[in-house]
Design a protein around this ligand. Sequence first.
Ligand code: BGC
Length: 756
Amino acid sequence: MLLCSLLLSGALIPKEGMAQSQMDRFIDSLMARMTLDEKIGQLNLPVSGDIVTGQAGSSDIGRKVREGKVGGLFNIKGVEKIRAIQEIAVKESRLHIPLLFGMDVIHGYQTVFPIPLGLTATWDMALVERSARIAAIEATAQGINWNFSPMADIARDPRWGRVSEGCGEDPFLGSAVTRAMVRGYQGKDLSKANTMMATVKHFALYGASEAGRDYNTTDMSRIRMYNEYFPTYKAAVDEGVGCVMSSFNEIDGIPATGNRWLLTDVLRRQWKFKGFVVSDYTSINEMIDHGIGDLQQVSARALNAGLDMDMVGEGFLTTLKKSLKEKKVTEARIHEACRSILQAKYKLGLFEDPFRYCDLQRAQTEVFTSAHRKEARDIAAQSFVLLKNQGNLLPLKRKGTIALVGPLADNRENMTGTWSVAAEHARSVSILDGLKQVAGGDVRLLTARGSNLDYDSLFEDRAGMFGKSLRRDPRSAELLVREAVDIANQADVVVAALGESAEMSGEASSRTDIGIPQAQRDLLKALLQTGKPVILLLFAGRPMTLTWEQEHVPAILNLWFGGSETGLAAADVLFGDVNPSGKLPSTFPRHVGQIPIYYNHKNTGRPLPEGGWFQKFKGNYLDIPNDPLYPFGFGLSYTNFEYTAPLVSNTSPKGLTKISVSTTVTNTGTVTGKEVVQLYIRDRVGSVTRPVKELKSFKKISLEPGEKKTVSFDITTDDLKFYDNNLRYDWEPGTFEIMIGGNSRDIKSISIEWKR
Ligand code: BGC
């Protein structure tokens, strides 16, 4: 009541850009009226999946909300359900404090965009931002005001299933993507009805789990953390991200969720983070299994470390009061945590209008619209990476007979990829749907399943969760292959839609073999034996090992998981309406034994010359070369680009000056194409060892056939900075190699001498 009268008096109505002090006064006055239990209640984020419309009031969650024991809820789909629970919070709880409603909207809401790894492969930050903007428009139209995205975990081990959710292996590209997503979700004004608070996750180093096994231990030097793994999270903080999610793994022997150095010293003191920190799903309770205490101990540890909100586990709710009595936590720290959550609610405008994000009209008109789907189709086409195109097999002509084969050819459920909570899978466009719509009347389309996902049906069950089944075909493997070979024999060209199912990547989907499952590989072999040209349309939630495929299949187009419009986008690229321009955000190994493999590695004292083969007493393998199958930044086009050697404005700059580096790129082919011009730098001599190259800039350009463009990049000493052995961030004078090219391997370079 008091809250309402304060708001009605007009004295405390929050407005855009309102001074911090006004927000503080509002929250001070609110907190002065809150009991300790209510403050602890704000720190609680229980699971809410069981809520159904009309029953919110009588559910256990409804009771807790009424009692002021809930700060927010997550992954509830549907504006009516959200509105019903918000009503309880603001009408029936003592202080009428509205709830946060979170969700994993990680690559779109109902209009689903490519998986984040695919979005990263566009190397087009305007598109990445646009996808996040549309995701925010749709999610907020259905009651969501808080997003558990972006995932900024640098990952160099594709066995880890969650590479699909992230931004690849490189801190520079990853930071650009993370920033673009935060901008897209949060916009310029968080209190607007179509912007939502973003959460950068999983802080920190979650992508470096040992053996690529999800949730596993990480162990890393600080210098590596600061130079290679921290920049993406920091980029989100610099961009003003509202929330940070702690990770499941340990760091220096202390789980991130209870790690004070990480959550307070680094995040709040060094990086000046001003939002709130949420745990990951039961990550407080999981510290019991990590072996650092019972629920009371680990909950106190998390709070003291700087964690503000407890996702699902209710350790805060059930133990903090006792810990306060026993002086294991302070009231000041509980206040601080509570304040940070109330501030987020204030900034979202929830105190002004708790139903700001519950607009039934918008829910109907702004979700899965044809305009959004059109953009999703365009973005998906930009994310695909052409890995091989022997003899210009692609693009296809719009005539003749195409045999479309494979377990992923006629399946809608798997098109969106992992983590698509709000998607209605049956509305996605399959490859078959897409080809039918785009091919035109002169193309005859034959289809056959060809194989199941794999021979092992139990594996297939594990890889087909959350309504994303491939509906196993009960017929024998021989019969399936024979049927496919039959139609291949009648066709001019074979398109084989093969690879991973959507849930073969994502959370708890680590793999030791990251190749195409054997049943599909056998199908591919049989198709190739027909002698017909075969195009592999690859579904991949991670970098895969495609060494055999690279050797034997004439054309490979990697689709990742393109989202709800995958089929149309794939058809656009197959027929050449869109020229592929995606570039790999992660290295594709030749063999799983090369992992971890990444382009920006150190040289070592016994380097094998790049592209070299075995030499005794060099850092290499007896059985295969060191270099990857496809390098970071790689991706072909239906045209070709030629680069001139880079030119620099000054080969011996001094001090804090700016130089420019340029190259002229020519489209030497016959069709218009886009190219990602990439700039790498190598610091030849440092006080600590430096990577063999690091991405420092990139530009995506479009060129007509025969057209040339000069692309220039400015470089300042900021681009040369790194953390040294004392974690001092600065540049050091000396020789730098500047490299420009269309991927991290095929580059042209020039040396400069930068003096103090
Ligand atoms: C995942 C998070 C996610 C959370 C809530 C966890 O299992 O690690 O990424 O945001 O669940 O759904």
